[in-house]
Ligand binder design. Structure first.
Ligand SMILES: Cc1cc2nc3c(=O)[nH]c(=O)nc-3n(C[C@H](O)[C@H](O)[C@H](O)COP(=O)(O)OP(=O)(O)OC[C@H]3O[C@@H](n4cnc5c(N)ncnc54)[C@H](O)[C@@H]3O)c2cc1C
Length: 324
């Protein structure tokens, strides 16, 4: 990994000292840093450090067929490489790419660049309920040091079923802006998440930005998750938002994460809230509907039944918290 001064932490092989070198195709794209690491816990890989988005996507186009991967915060990829669960032959480090740390509100959306860290959301990134929602949710992601490195977009690209940001993106209908040498395309959240750790991103695409629609000023939200210890990945979680107008709920969204391969909105439960006065009875019925609608994951530790029960309980709590 590159230190702030441009040296290296976690010594690269002494036979292959880090060196500045023009990439074969760097004439057009500017110089970037390329190093071959051969004696570390991960399998050998070639490290690239482009400084522009154009150079990054050109590199991705070149190295994607040879197991090239984007390196963002490294909080999921590097441990996987150390365990040799991931064996990328090339890493395209985007941390030095100009402009990818953009976090700005424009045209009714919060634009979140590929290098925006989780920790950026400790403070409200937008006025109103969206900023408050993100500040609330971020505290459930891992531990503070991890939040200072891991990125919002990296979480979405990684698509862990239990990722809080994936649940937020799915529930709020985020748009993912995927950049490649072919240009930029927008992918709706409902199409982006395609199963556990699987997304609609092509191997040579950079998730350059995510756009989250701002919530109306009177929107309320509730988020609940259950994990064995603080900082652990959640076993299940639920996010609910709605507005109350003339005493009844409108514009309800209910999303669940950690329960199935990908987080998703549960439309049949959302429609049960429309035009209803908030009450324990209505929330219980909607939460029951969520539990009946999901097809939970099952693994050695948690049965499908357990995850279904959690989906019910967490949805009810998220709804109650939104109404409070
Ligand atoms: C101990 C521990 C606890 C954790 N707990 C949680 C938790 O509770 N909740 C949670 O959500 N996460 C948790 N994480 C994961 C953490 O949030 C990661 O930061 C996040 O999942 C990945 O973001 P990253 O920027 O570190 O991505 P990286 O690790 O750099 O990359 C992850 C994957 O995404 C790809 N990728 C990254 N960015 C892009 C991009 N812009 N475009 C295309 N592909 C890209 C990479 O190629 C790689 O395949 C935890 C991690 C640790 C180590």
């Amino acid at each position: 990994m590159r230190s702030r001064r441009g040296g290296y932490v976690g010594t690269p092989c002494s036979h292959h000292p880090a060196r500045w070198r023009g990439h074969p195709s760097s004439g057009r794209r500017g110089i970037h840093f390329v190093t071959r690491f051969t004696q570390m816990k991960p399998a050998p890989f070639t490290y690239h450090a482009p400084t522009t988005v154009e150079a990054a996507v050109a590199l991705l186009a070149e190295v994607a067929p040879q197991e090239g991967r984007v390196l963002a915060g490294g909080q999921s990829l590097v441990p996987a490489m150390a365990l040799r669960l991931a064996l990328p032959a090339h890493l395209v480090d985007i941390n030095g790419v100009k402009g990818l740390d953009r976090l700005a509100v424009e045209a009714g959306e919060l634009a979140i660049g590929a290098c925006v860290r989780h920790a950026a959301f400790h403070r409200a990134a937008a006025n109103g309920p969206l900023g408050a929602l993100l500040s609330h949710v971020v505290r459930h992601i891992a531990h503070y040091p991890i939040r200072t490195r891991g990125t919002f977009c990296g979480s979405l690209a990684h698509a862990d079923p239990a990722s809080e940001w994936c649940l937020v993106a799915a529930t709020l209908d985020a748009r993912m802006m995927a950049r490649s040498v072919r240009g930029m395309r927008a992918i709706a959240a409902a199409d982006f998440f395609q199963g556990s750790m699987t997304t609609a991103l092509a191997a040579d695409e950079l998730l350059a930005e995510v756009r989250l629609p701002l919530l109306p000023p009177d929107a309320r939200f509730g988020f609940c998750e259950f994990s064995r210890r603080a900082g652990d990945f959640a076993i299940a979680m639920a996010l609910a938002t709605f507005r109350i107008r003339h005493g009844v709920m409108t514009g309800a969204r209910i999303g669940v994460g950690g329960v199935e391969g990908s987080p998703r909105r549960i439309g049949v439960a959302e429609s049960m809230l429309e035009g209803q006065r908030p009450s324990g009875e209505v929330f219980r019925a909607a939460a029951d509907r969520v539990a009946r609608s999901v097809e939970p994951l099952e693994d050695a530790r948690y049965s499908a039944r357990y995850r279904r029960d959690l989906a019910r309980a967490l949805t009810r709590r998220a709804l109650e918290s939104a109404a409070a």
